[in-house]
Structures are given as structure tokens and as C-alpha cells.
Design a protein around this ligand. Structure first.
Ligand SMILES: Nc1ncnc2c1ncn2[C@@H]1O[C@H](COP(=O)(O)OP(=O)(O)OP(=O)(O)O)[C@@H](O)[C@H]1O
Length: 254
């Protein structure tokens, strides 16, 4: 699905990614874990073709970036990030915002086809907020806004869904509701790539974890093998113990 080979990303004096190799196969769901500034968002921007590596190659759904029309590939990739949210209009009704996902538009300047409106309403039902369809986006709580983003990204039936710290800023209740929706994606044919620095967000859905530290992948593979106290000490500089509860990892700082 996604192949990063020998990726270096250099800007000015800074070597932001250093020889990153990552292969994400169909049927797997990955979490990319690392502290602030370690290079997680940059990695996602490369997967989306918004940035290009200084060296190495990025291949997504069989298309090697640089030798294909990236815009076509992007139609199969859902992306949820704060920077995308900021481009949406807070005064637009929720159902309209979701409907824009069908075409990867930011806003409609003409009438929305009824079937697209209906599909947007179905997506809102799926994330359990159909009652908010007519409310302006700006009137929603943080958790509801994240659900709108999720519904919007599912409109075009993506093969890959990339989420950049989607639970940031949510309280415990909103976070757990949102994570439950993400976990339900396991019932669909979507490969999920999820960036976070919170270990407890690694839901049962996720099969693999890559840990990034100062632009280098220090570990990647099956989550049970990668989430070790040694790797987490290296990544976060904190000694922890890990306990698995209901198929989720929870950490205690020692
Ligand atoms: N175009 C650029 N020019 C210079 N430095 C950059 C550029 N893009 C990213 N960086 C730097 O690269 C580093 C990695 O940034 P990135 O946003 O990928 O980190 P991150 O792991 O997503 O961080 P966070 O968890 O805080 O969002 C940061 O120190 C950032 O300042």
C-alpha cells in the first residue's frame, strides 16, 4: 500500500528524516509514534505527496511519486489534520462540510447534488452525529468537529486513511468516543495510518507501530514487539512499564 525507501528529507542545514524505510501492507494498520518535532507530520506529508524527499522513493498504491499524477493518487487517500480543518469554513453547515469530501473541495459554490447530500447524511449517521447536520461547523465541540472530519474523509471511500494527532485537545470522554469510531474502521477495507505521541491511543485495530526519534525510525513492526520499555525510553527519554488491558497498551512512568 505504502512504501518508503531510503528516505532523506533535508531542509537547509536540517536533516529532518534520515534513511527512513517503511513498508505498509494491505490489511495492516499502523501507528507512528514519536515525540514533538521527531518528524511524524513530515512523514505523512511525504505519503500524501504534499512534500517530496531529498533522496529515496515514495510509492503509494503502486504509484511512485515523481512518476505519476499525485492528485489522482490523493483521491484514494483520506487525510485528517488540523491544518486541513483550518481551511474549512466555520459558518458552513455540517452536512455541507461533509459533502465537500466527495470531491476534495473545501467549499461548494453551486447546489450540492441530492445524492451527495444523502451520502453525507449517511456518513454523519455512521459517526453518530446526524442531529448536527444543519448546525454551523463552528458551533460544534472539539470532539464533534473531529467526527465531522472523519465523516468527510470517508465520503470518497479512501483506500488509505491518514490521521495526524486526531485526538489532540479532546477530553477523556470525547477522545474515547472518537477512538471507538476509528476502531470501527477495522470492519472496512481501509488501511489506517495514525500519528500520535500518546501510547494509550493505540486501539486494538492497530497491528503495527513505527517509532521515530530525531528523524530516524528506531523500531518498526508488530505492536507487541515494538512497544517495549527499552524502545519507549529511547523515543521519549522516560522509563516506563507497559501493561496491556483490553488489547490496549497503558504505560506507567517509573
Ligand atoms: N520546511 C521545513 N524547513 C525547516 N524545518 C522544517 C521544515 N519542515 C519541518 N521542519 C522541522 O522538522 C522537524 C520535524 O517536524 P514535524 O512537523 O514532522 O514533527 P512532528 O513529529 O510531527 O512534531 P509534533 O508532534 O510536534 O507535531 C521540526 O523540528 C520542524 O521544525
Amino acid at each position: 500500500m505504502i512504501q518508503l525507501s531510503g528516505i532523506h528529507y533535508i531542509r537547509g542545514e536540517r536533516h529532518i528524516l534520515n534513511d527512513v524505510n517503511l513498508q505498509i501492507e494491505s490489511g495492516q494498520h499502523w501507528v507512528i509514534l514519536g515525540r514533538n518535532g521527531s518528524g511524524k507530520t513530515t512523514l505523512l506529508e511525504l505519503m500524501n505527496g504534499y512534500e517530496f524527499p531529498s533522496r529515496g522513493s515514495v510509492t503509494v498504491l503502486g504509484n511512485r511519486f515523481g512518476q505519476c499524477d499525485v492528485r489522482e493518487v490523493r483521491k484514494k487517500i483520506g487525510y485528517i489534520s488540523q491544518s486541513l480543518f483550518e481551511k474549512l469554513n466555520l459558518s458552513d453547515p455540517v452536512q455541507e462540510v461533509v459533502a465537500t469530501g466527495e470531491y476534495a473541495f473545501l467549499r461548494f459554490y453551486q447546489d450540492i447534488p441530492q445524492e451527495v447530500k444523502d451520502k453525507a447524511f449517511d456518513m454523519l449517521k455512521r459517526v453518530r452525529i446526524p442531529h448536527l447536520a444543519d448546525q454551523p461547523l463552528g458551533s460544534l465541540s472539539q470532539g464533534e468537529r473531529k467526527k465531522v472530519m472523519l465523516a468527510r474523509s470517508l465520503m470518497m471511500m479512501p483506500s488509505i486513511l491518514i490521521l495526524d494527532e486526531p485526538a489532540a485537545g479532546l477530553d477523556l470522554y470525547e477522545r474515547e468516543k472518537f477512538l471507538a469510531d476509528v476502531n470501527e474502521l477495522s470492519q472496512q477495507q481501509i488501511t489506517v495510518v495514525y500519528v500520535t505521541h500518546h501510547i494509550e491511543e493505540i486501539m486494538p485495530l492497530f497491528t503495527h507501530v513505527a517509532i521515530i526519534e530525531q528523524g530516524e525510525l528506531i523500531a518498526s513492526g508488530r505492536k507487541e514487539d515494538v512497544l517495549t520499555p527499552e524502545n519507549l525510553l529511547q523515543a521519549f527519554g522516560v522509563s516506563v512499564s507497559i501493561e496491556w488491558f483490553q488489547e490496549r497498551p497503558w504505560i506507567k512512568v517509573l
